[in-house]
Design a protein around this ligand. Structure first.
Ligand code: TYM
Length: 327
């Protein structure tokens, strides 16, 4: 059996990439295993952000996740800062993690370039906190998109190093990837769809007209004849495959092969499928938001369940590290 952990940053609108790359797997894994799903607010503050907006983003993240099918009765749904043991374990892990390994993380290098004027120590230590998130629950299965694989590898290294220094304590977690593990931005298919670039992303809460417009203007340069699909076209096919009925997908695959494909029609079909995908989730989201106290109820229960496990594991870790609770 397994224990599942995954997280999402409350740093802007959750998009279809998050859904197809991660959230969909979260929903199906909760039928099989104990699951922990965390809104990682301490990760979100490693880049410049607006403190007045953060609480609402956390609320929205909870509501969108529940609307998409996470079940607070089966899964432990909580916010990272509700459980102080995350940052405590992160400190302990910082003390067994080589600086050079953090400096080589590709996501750190990317973000350090993007936010060159404000690279703080939290951004460097980000993946150590992520390792603490996972290992605090001794989780061994981590459903994520492809961009998180390197962070999961670091988590394995930290677990292995801890175990060899202080005795067998942690499992070595594995990433669990979906078919949609890497959805690209519609306006620039060489970059991944991302919360910080909403123009190229289909937001889970985007109204249908916005979705249709974003799909209509998606990049579909054909690429050289006879060659592989261009990145933009490939991305549209990936999305179609994950959202549209099989006969629709087969129709456009055949049209692509015999060269009769019309991208206007492909985009029309994809927009229909995407609207159909998000509409019921948006309806659930509106129902849940209209009920006062939904977020508080989910988080009160989730926070308590998470803290119970977290405090036990942290006590074990401290003990092994020669840090008993003094008096
Ligand atoms: P975040 O908030 O960027 O994304 C949440 C999840 O969505 C996946 N994802 C994508 N999948 C496919 N295509 C895309 N374009 C795309 N964009 C995002 C991400 O891979 C992720 O699974 N560091 C993490 C949050 C985190 C975490 C953790 C995850 C913190 N602690 C512990 C797992 C375990 C992040 O920033 O995800």
């Amino acid at each position: 059996t397994h224990t599942v952990f995954s997280g999402i940053q409350p740093s802007g609108g959750i998009h279809v990439g998050n859904l197809l790359g991660a959230l969909r797997n979260w929903v199906s894994l909760q039928d099989q295993y104990p699951c922990y799903f965390c809104i990682v607010d301490y990760h979100a503050i490693t880049v410049p952000y607006d403190p007045r907006e953060l609480p609402q983003r956390v609320r929205d993240a909870v509501l969108v996740n529940v609307a998409a099918g996470l079940d607070p009765n089966r899964s432990v749904i909580f916010v990272q800062s509700q459980v102080p043991q995350h940052t405590e374990l992160a400190w302990l892990f910082n003390c067994i993690t080589p600086l050079g390994q953090l400096q080589r993380m590709t996501q750190f290098k990317d973000k350090a370039r993007q936010h060159a004027e404000a690279v703080n120590a939290g951004l460097l230590n980000y993946p150590v906190l992520q390792a603490a998130d996972i290992l605090l629950y001794k989780a061994d299965l981590v459903p994520v998109g492809e961009d998180q694989v390197q962070h999961i590898e670091l988590t394995r290294d930290i677990a292995r190093r801890f175990n060899s220094l202080f005795g067998p304590t942690f499992p070595e977690p594995e990433a669990y990837l979906a078919k949609g593990a890497r959805i690209m931005a519609l306006d620039d298919p060489t970059r991944k769809m991302s919360k910080s670039e909403p123009r190229g992303a289909i937001g889970m809460l985007d109204p249908p007209e916005v979705i249709r417009e974003k799909v209509r203007s998606a990049v579909t340069d054909p690429g050289p004849a006879g060659a592989e699909m261009s990145p933009g076209v490939l991305n549209l096919f990936t999305l179609l495959e994950l959202t549209a009925p099989a006969d629709v997908v087969a129709h456009f695959r055949a049209a692509y092969s015999d060269g009769t494909i019309r991208y206007v029609e492909l985009k029309q079909a994809l927009a229909d499928a995407l609207v159909e995908l998000v509409t019921p989730i948006q309806e659930r989201y509106r129902e849940l938001s209209a009920r006062p106290g939904t977020v508080e109820e989910v988080l009160a229960a989730g926070g308590e369940r998470a803290r119970k496990v977290a405090s036990q594991v942290l006590a074990e870790v401290r003990d092994r590290m020669g840090l008993p609770v003094w008096a």
